[in-house]
Every structure is written in C-alpha cells, then in structure tokens.
Design a protein around this ligand. Structure first.
Ligand code: FE2
Ligand code: FE2
Length: 289
C-alpha cells in the first residue's frame, strides 16, 4: 500500500571522455567543460553508487532523481546515466533539470527523453512528455519538466501554461480519488529561495495550481541546498522538500551530499534523511507529516 522510495537530486554525473578535444567544441561548451572539470573537486560521482547501494540496503521500492543528472547534456553523459540507472537493481524515476537541456541542440532533439524515456514511463496526455504519472495504488509520482535551454549564466526554468493546465487536471483527478500526490520538479517552488536568473520563471502560476488543487508532497533539487517548507493548498498545505546534491562533497551546513528515504501512503508521509559525512551516508533526522 505504501510507496517506499529514495529521493536524490543533482547527481551531475561527469563523463568527459566522450567530449573530444576542447578545440572542437563551440566556445560556450569549452567554458562549460572547464567549469565541469573544476567542479570535479566538489562533486564525487561515486556517491551516486553509494546512494543506490543504500537504497537497496534500505529495501526501497524505487529511486527518484529530480534532475541535473548531467552537466552539459552531452550524449556521453546521458549514456553513462542510462547505464547507471539500468544497472541500479531497483526501478528508477527521473525528471530533467536545467543542465539536462544545457544546449539548444540537446533540448531541441529531446536528448534527455530519448536516452532516459524508460525511466519516465507512465500515464501522460498523448503527444506530451510531461507531466507523466506513475501510479502505485494510492500513491502517485507526477513528473514535471522545467528544463529549457537558457542563455549562458542563466539557470532558469519554465513550465509553460499548457503543462500547467495538464498538471491542474491531473491533481484534480487524483485528489478526488484521495491519492497521495507527489509532485517532482527540478526548480524550487517557494518564493525567494532561488535568485533571479536561477529561478522558475512561472512560479506564480505553479503556486496557483497548487493553491487550487493541492498536492501532498513536492520534491525538488537545483539549489544544491537542504530546503523545507510548505505551499498553501485548498485543504491542507503541500509539504515541500528541496534536497542538496546527491554527489556533493561540501561540508557546509545544508550542502552535504544527501538522500532521503520516504514512506508514503494516503494520509501519511514519513521521511528519513541521510547525509554524507566524508566516508559514508549517515542517518539523520526523521520526520512525519
Ligand atoms: Fe544542479
Ligand atoms: Fe539545476
């Protein structure tokens, strides 16, 4: 009856072997590759393997990843992610982040969806990738995309009115059935969390949908920061959890590599949070909503 899953985000797996000599890249990507190489010290891809191993140890039914699985949305990166997800040993659900639509070419060719579509199977309006709905009895995962190609130095997201209208319909229908609705979105959804040029451009419209239809839990990433809050809903508030990067080596408060184990059933949400202590993921705070 309950869905037991591990949530992580912003794993930014790096595979620059497929990039080729930097001189063959366009200027924008050259800068970005240098940035990604620089990041290597701050993020460790092997932490993702630890998260998968922990999810299996903890008996999770599923692993949920809320975007930024790559750095530059390169084919080599998506190939690595697809292999990692395929070999995880438990089912994976994924949505895209801004880094997964890094270039216009990647976004236009639907590279993320082409490589990782197997991890986004579910009900959806025909002709539209998002939202997709994965039902597990009385619990549903609802996957959104805020991923758009942006100008350099921008990391904004955008849902768009058509996707929001479809979300409205889905939340209304599942709400009427008393299903526990878990919304997956890459960008933060509480006002003021993300700075301009890093934010969800149509956050107000998203908040209006939640205020009208409600949701039980909203999970996001993007800021690489631990965030907790609520958004107003028609009956109860929607619980909002933002999680730090799963592969971060940071020792700053709220920025440690992290994942959470959720047990969700209609009317109850339990979370156990785990953070990276330099050598392992350590059990931390537990909370119930
Ligand atoms: Fe990220
Ligand atoms: Fe992001």
């Amino acid at each position: 009856m309950a869905l037991r899953f591990v949530h992580c985000s912003d794993i930014h797996l790096l595979d620059l072997d497929g990039v080729g000599p930097l001189r063959f890249l366009n200027k924008r990507l050259t800068g970005a590759v240098n940035l990604a190489l620089h990041r290597r010290k701050a993020y460790a891809p092997h932490l993702f393997d630890k998260i998968v191993a922990s999810a299996l140890d903890l008996g999770a039914d599923r692993l949920v990843v809320t975007g930024d699985v790559t750095n530059l949305a390169l084919e080599a990166e998506f190939e690595l992610v697809r292999r990692k997800f395929g070999e995880a040993g438990l089912p994976v659900t994924v949505i895209p982040g801004n880094h997964d639509a890094y270039t216009k070419g990647a976004a236009r060719s639907r590279r993320f969806e082409r490589y990782l579509g197997a991890f986004m199977e579910g009900e959806r309006a025909s002709g539209h990738d998002y939202p997709f709905v994965q039902r597990f009895g009385g619990v549903a995962l609802i996957g959104l995309s805020t991923a758009i190609a942006t100008l350099p130095l921008y990391a904004t997201g955008f849902l768009g009115d058509p996707q929001l209208a479809r979300l409205d319909t889905i939340l209304e229908r599942l709400g009427a059935e008393r299903v526990a609705r878990i919304v997956l979105i890459h960008h933060p959804v509480m006002p003021g969390v993300s700075k301009a040029r890093h934010d969800l451009r149509d956050l107000d419209a998203f908040m209006r949908v939640i205020a009208r239809r409600g949701a039980e839990l909203i999970l996001h990433g993007h800021e690489h920061l631990h965030i907790e809050g609520v958004l107003p809903g028609p009956e109860a508030e929607a619980v909002v959890h933002g999680i730090a990067s799963g592969t971060s080596l940071s020792e700053r408060e709220g920025r440690h590599g992290a994942f959470s184990l959720y047990t969700v059933a209609p009317g109850s949400i339990h979370r156990a949070h785990y953070t990276w202590n330099g050598s392992d993921f350590e059990a931390g705070r537990e909370s119930t909503h």
